[in-house]
Design a binder for this molecule. Structure first.
Ligand SMILES: *[C@@H]1O[C@H](CO)[C@@H](O)[C@H](O)[C@H]1NC(C)=O
Ligand SMILES: *[C@@H]1O[C@H](CO)[C@@H](O)[C@H](O)[C@H]1NC(C)=O
Ligand SMILES: *[C@@H]1O[C@H](CO)[C@@H](O)[C@H](O)[C@H]1NC(C)=O
Length: 487
């Protein structure tokens, strides 16, 4: 008895098929049993299944040449093999991976059908996006590419030769913007908070940094946050050069190689001033911020969403009051993983403790609220997820989050890479780093290109060589390196 589980989005159908030995299918009368049907909606899809797909499957089983009893049965054609591959593949593409694999395992015929490169190219495109395919297709074996990307456990780092690089810094902002990297501000040696804007033009192994003439932009600051929304950058808050936390919202657009910053008109209501908060964009239209350190120095736990007008001239901030919510914290991360979910991870809590909890912000139709993400201990190395503050958490190919560096609860800076997957299975996985070994660091920034296969990391605090001249043992770093997913 073999079980096939087919999961269209909201329906769960379990089909039991009797399978004889040596992998060939043999159907006996009424061996096909539908045991459970949970249906919430999508009746049309269910209709399709029962009246088209399933009969086709059954008849093809009956026609299987390996089944000696049925032989070349009553002259009936095998519908599943008669069906055009395009047609069959478009049905399969409606199903999640588990169902496609179950289908493949039904018999030799289905296994052969589902070995098609065309099918797997479409599955790659469906699950990882077209831009990923363009960037990560060294081999034409789509099945292997899919498997490797799904089981990703290695990255490779390399340095970029730079000319005229920006001052070493930490807690700046770094965004992948129109094919380049855009860097703004940050804290640097001597306690200054920078207000410079840089563009990095990226080559294969080189980077060309250029300081941008930016029109009257945000004052010097660090611990601000900046996201790309459409063709613009949106920046909020941070700590200015007098050490005062800000609550201004800025928008920047690029034209003619200059960047024009504009203070965004947000009306009478803005979130309280803060720095070291977390932020991300939601569906390329809104900006989400959470937490940070407020004016009185206390850690905040509030959530705000910025809505932008169509022409990007105005914005309105709305506080989202929902329950439950992540506890107050700073130095944590928010990462939009596509669809309507944004992942929150780590940070430093009210009692100075370093946190290891994971949440996602659900912004799907009519909803705005936090959902805690729990892991089964067997899906987390060591049974307990790491605690981190000042790390980076970047969306990579396949809707997963790559976490790098930061500080643990002993204030040790780290150089490790972790993969956090909440899309299918909820898993933490340690990722090995090959090639260049970047130093341990915290409060650096990382940004991925459109393919999600290359990550650019700049700056941060690194351990100083413990010399009398450097009593703090702290140093700002100014290197840019690339993390490439090894698929
Ligand atoms: C920092 O912000 C405060 C309050 O917004 C302002 O009064 C002060 O001039 C700012 N300092 C600098 C250096 O911009
Ligand atoms: C772009 O910059 C160039 C040189 O700085 C200038 O001649 C040109 O008029 C500018 N174009 C626009 C549209 O501002
Ligand atoms: C935040 O912004 C509002 C309006 O933009 C301003 O009136 C208010 O003083 C600011 N609050 C703080 C705490 O800076």
């Amino acid at each position: 008895m073999k079980k096939i589980v087919i999961w269209p989005k909201n329906i769960r159908v379990e089909i039991y098929i009797r399978v004889s030995c040596n992998n060939w299918c043999k159907t006996e009368d009424s061996t096909l049993l539908l045991t459970k049907i949970y249906q919430r909606n999508k009746p049309s899809l269910l209709f399709f299944f029962f009246f088209f797909f399933l009969p086709a499957l059954v008849r093809s089983m009956a026609d299987d040449p390996g089944s000696s009893s049925s032989g070349s049965s009553n002259g009936e054609n095998s519908l599943i093999t008669d069906m055009s591959h395009d047609h069959l593949f478009s049905i399969l593409l409606l199903l999640p991976l588990e169902s496609i694999l179950s289908f493949a395992m039904t018999c030799k015929k289905t296994l052969l059908l589902t070995r098609s490169q065309t099918l797997w190219k479409s599955i790659c495109a469906r699950d990882w996006g077209h831009s990923t395919l363009d960037a990560c297709s060294p081999s034409l074996d789509w099945i292997q590419l899919y498997r490797r990307l799904r089981n990703l456990d290695r990255v490779s780092c390399f340095n970029l030769d730079a000319s005229d690089a920006p001052t070493p810094r930490a807690s700046h902002s770094l965004n992948f913007f129109k094919g380049c990297l855009l860097l703004f501000g940050g804290g640097c040696d001597g306690g200054r908070h920078l207000d410079d804007t840089w563009i990095a033009y990226l080559g294969k192994r080189v980077v060309n940094w250029q300081r941008v003439a930016a029109s009257a932009g945000p004052s010097g600051r660090f611990g601000h946050s900046c996201v790309v929304i459409g063709n613009s950058l949106v920046l909020f808050g941070g700590i200015n050069d007098s050490g005062i936390r800000q609550n201004d919202t800025w928008i920047a657009q690029e034209s003619n190689t200059t960047l024009s910053w504009r203070l965004l008109d947000v009306g009478p209501l803005a979130p309280p001033a803060r720095g070291a908060h977390a932020c991300s964009s939601i569906d390329n239209r809104r900006m989400l911020i959470h937490g940070g350190i407020g004016l009185s120095g206390t850690r905040l736990g509030d959530t705000w969403v910025l809505y932008l007008s169509e022409n990007l001239c105005f914005g309105t901030w709305h506080e989202t009051l929902s329950h439950p919510v992540p506890s107050p914290r700073s130095g944590h991360t928010l990462t939009s993983i596509g669809g309507s979910r944004t992942v929150l991870f780590g940070g430093r809590g009210m009692g100075y403790e370093v946190l290891n909890d994971v949440w996602y912000f659900d912004s799907s139709e009519g909803r705005l609220g936090w959902v805690p993400v729990l892991f089964e201990p067997r899906n987390v190395p060591g049974g307990i997820s790491l605690a981190r503050v000042g790390h980076s958490a970047t969306l990579i190919s396949g809707g997963r989050v790559l976490i790098y560096g930061g500080e643990d609860s002993y204030r040790h800076r780290k150089d490790d890479f972790w993969l956090l997957d909440i899309t299918r299975r909820r898993v933490w996985r340690r990722v090995k780093c090959e090639g260049y070994q970047p130093r341990s660091r915290s409060f650096h920034r990382a940004s991925a290109d459109e393919s999600g296969c290359y990550l650019y990391v700049f700056g941060g605090m690194v351990d100083g060589t413990l010399q009398p001249a450097e009593p703090t043992g702290l140093r700002f770093d100014g290197e840019l390196f690339v993390v490439e997913l090894l698929v």
